[in-house]
Design a binder for this molecule. Sequence first.
Ligand code: FAD
Ligand code: NAP
Length: 337
Amino acid sequence: MLPNKNISLQPYHTFASTEKAQFFISIDRKEQIEEAVTWAKAQMLPLLILGAGSNVLFTKNFEGVVAKMEIMGIKKVEETASEVGLEVGAGENWHHFVSYCVQKGWGGIENLSLIPGTVGASPIQNIGAYGVEVQECIDWVEAYDTLNEEWIQLQNKDCAFGYRNSLFKASKNRYIISKVKFVLQKQPKLKTDYGAIREVLHTKGIRNPSLENIAQSIIQIRTLKLPDPKVLGNAGSFFKNPTVSKEVYEKLITTFPQLIAYPISDKEYKIAAGWLIEACDWKGVRKGNVGCYEKQALVIVSYGIVSGKEVFDFSEEIIHSVYTKFNIQLEREVNVF
Ligand code: FAD
Ligand code: NAP
């Protein structure tokens, strides 16, 4: 294994900040994962797997090995009258995979259209959008356990999937995902609960939407509302939506009747972090080349050359003002290195 040295990470992540990696390699075969782990351990260096870099923030140069995941392949492995099973390489582009399934008429992930990134990263934070989480379609995840130095196949129930979370995210780089098995539906139940989807379908006069209609609606909504990382650096939602108890929610809604929140159980509410940030007057604020996106306050953007540290410091200020006004501690969704 001959890694490249002192490589700029700018082209490899969507914030495109200016940090470098001490060593950089690409991985397009499963065996290369073991080689990379062995090599990094021998040098006593940390190893970081990068997909498309759409959910990372580097706040300093990475003193270790960055390995870009490029294992490809979409393979149909089973089919019944109602379902289809697909094994997909970790390096496949997520949106390409979604579009492929939609085109075949296989449903379950259409609400996750246009999410940037790779298939291998999709279980890491259990990607979610418009009322769907990827865990709903995952059968198992194949990964290399860098601690025990063995290949494992984790069944869905063992992945500890939660809201923008999983065993993989919680155990910080212990598992390297090489392949994911999905099970999709031939007669899917479409999810149109989110207001934005219903509005677009209504505007288009679509009463009985197809998979394609849902996917196209979501692509339209996202294109209008979210910044294109090729134009403005960003990592999507920078913070998670916080969860609060029913009691806290009831106090908040009395003081702030405009608050946007959704019940997630009898006892807890999810608060829209974007609303909290906007209520602290951050929406559209720019400091140097970093800013809070003018169309969605949950997204931090870069307008030009920035360091990851500048982005991080900006996010600290947002966390501080939300805490001061609402007594709610925002948690970053983006993976900070
Ligand atoms: P990376 O950013 O490269 O990596 C993310 C983390 O996963 C890192 O910790 C990395 O080390 C680890 N990782 C990556 N691949 C592997 C692997 N094969 N094995 C082990 N660890 C790995 N997310 C949502 O959930 N919903 C959305 O709607 C959404 N919208 C977005 C919109 C925009 C404009 C942007 C920029 C981001 C958005 N995101 C969203 C966040 C992001 O797209 C997802 O989290 C995506 O899954 C990240 O994929 P990636 O390949 O870019 O991962
Ligand atoms: P939005 O529609 O303006 O809604 C604001 C928040 O309210 C969202 O975060 C969403 O929570 C929640 N919400 C809205 N309708 C809901 C419903 N019917 N039931 C339960 N919760 C509801 O959000 P947006 O920013 O435009 O994003 C739209 C979707 O894309 C959301 O699901 C969002 O998570 C996803 N997205 C994610 C990222 C990312 O990087 N993670 C980036 C862009 C968009 P949830 O976030 O829990 O769905």
